[in-house]
Design a protein around this ligand. Sequence first.
Ligand code: IPE
Ligand code: IPE
Ligand code: MG
Length: 233
Amino acid sequence: MQKADNSPAVMPRHVAFIMDGNGRWAKKRGMPREYGHRFGVKAFRAVLDHCGSLGIEAVTFYAFSTENWKRPRREVDAILGLMDNYLAECEKKIDEYAFRLVFLGDKSAFDDKRRARMEALERNTAHHKRILNIALNYGGRDEIVNACNRLIAMGKEHVTAQDLTQALYTADSPELDLIVRTGGDLRISNFLLWQAAYAELYFTDVLWPDFGPAEVNAALAEFSTRKRRFGGV
Ligand code: IPE
Ligand code: IPE
Ligand code: MG
């Protein structure tokens, strides 16, 4: 795959972003949390563009967790509304970078219109080889439980790690190499629990709306210095 001139020597195949800190970014400016989410979408677009042009094979964004329903209704509606706007016009861009869009998470929580839009985007981009995962109503525990139930429904009485991997929402994604979390908290927050087994973790205090191509490059540069042993020597 084509590399940008300044890309690091060792490129991850699959990078995932925990986009955190929109609320604090808005608060610092004396604005409501929803204002932070609007600028969060701008950062998301810029980071996606950058990852697209770097040629990273699979990119995952954590947009809304199974726990985020606990937030005030107004904020939940604002986040999902921004997502609807994005879904209405993202197809061209996704095609441009030859991404296949996959939604990670339980779509049954969404109304018919939003779900139909999500499924149409998945279908329309299914011919592409690169993967863009957007985690929406996603929880790592929920994903594993859902995978177990799928395997039971298939009549399995004994499962292997490979069976489970194939029953997850990320079945078609390459192994996860790098998780980037913005916003300064040092935790996983129920994200890609199974997939994170040997992923490298990168935490930054930068709040998500301030995160952009330069910060992606810093994370990739750090990744390329990591010694990955996978339990070996
Ligand atoms: C965005 O950041 C993450 C989402 C759930 C959309 P937050 O909204 O969690 O912002 P902080 O962490 O409260 O600053
Ligand atoms: C993680 O951020 C979820 C997303 C980025 C969508 P949160 O803000 O929900 O995580 P906690 O509550 O700080 O663990
Ligand atoms: Mg947060």
